[in-house]
Design a protein around this ligand. Structure first.
Ligand code: GRF
Length: 208
């Protein structure tokens, strides 16, 4: 059951790592450039920098994982419960290193997005994460790379693309150098993608 559109868009972020993409969203919101509110941050890693950043921004920060829940069924119930209790309208995977359980994807069909550090559909899918992505781009002698925000389905990095942002790849690039350039693009792209979603989501809900 979708809650009627509220302004600002209620965003739930799920992350496993340092949370620089989460921070980019928080910064764009506090600059008054994104009509959204991060209402909850959930991580499978109790020590994730993303949870620290959430606490510093006075956003609900929750550790929730299959391990901590004790079973996959209970994990699914708890994860959906956290998101529904926070009345999340858009779920954003910002460096979530696991496959989202199918029941969770289905509960938030067309309202869950993921950011990937490459120009999908190339260099995506199982095994393409972190530095492996940038190493593969350089090994393939690509002239450009970038970041992709896409809707989440039940396969890694596979759903419909919402927005992409390109960056050049230089002949002497190292994977670390390329990673830094792509991450900068991600920090622009993700808030832009949320704004685009919010616009179409409101229009969709207004027209019923
Ligand atoms: C980003 O590169 C994102 O594309 C990938 O995981 C990384 C998360 O980085 N899915 P951070 O935790 O947001 O800094």
């Amino acid at each position: 059951m979708m809650t009627p559109p509220t302004s600002p868009l209620r965003v739930g972020v799920i992350a496993s790592g340092g949370g620089t993409n989460l921070q980019a969203i928080l910064d764009r919101i506090s600059a008054g450039d994104l009509d959204a509110e991060v209402v909850i941050v959930i991580s499978n890693n109790r020590n994730a920098g993303a949870l620290k950043r959430a606490r510093e921004a006075h956003v609900e920060a929750v550790h929730c994982s299959e391990t901590s829940s004790g079973s996959s069924e209970r994990f699914v119930r708890e994860l959906i419960g956290h998101l529904q209790h926070a009345r999340v309208e858009l779920v954003v995977l910002a460096g979530y290193m696991k496959l989202v359980p199918e029941d969770v994807v289905n509960e938030f069909a067309d309202r869950m997005i993921n950011i990937h550090p490459a120009l999908l559909p190339k260099f995506g899918g199982k095994g393409y994460y972190g530095m492996r992505v940038h190493e593969a781009v350089i090994d393939a002698q690509e002239s450009e790379s970038g970041a992709t925000v896409h809707f989440v389905d039940n396969r890694y990095d596979h759903g419909p693309i919402l927005l992409q942002r390109k960056v050049p790849v230089f002949p002497d690039d190292t994977p670390e150098g390329l990673r830094g350039r792509v991450l900068e693009a991600e920090h622009q792209l993700l808030p832009d993608a949320i704004a685009r979603f919010a616009h179409s989501y409101r229009r969709r809900m207004d027209t019923g």
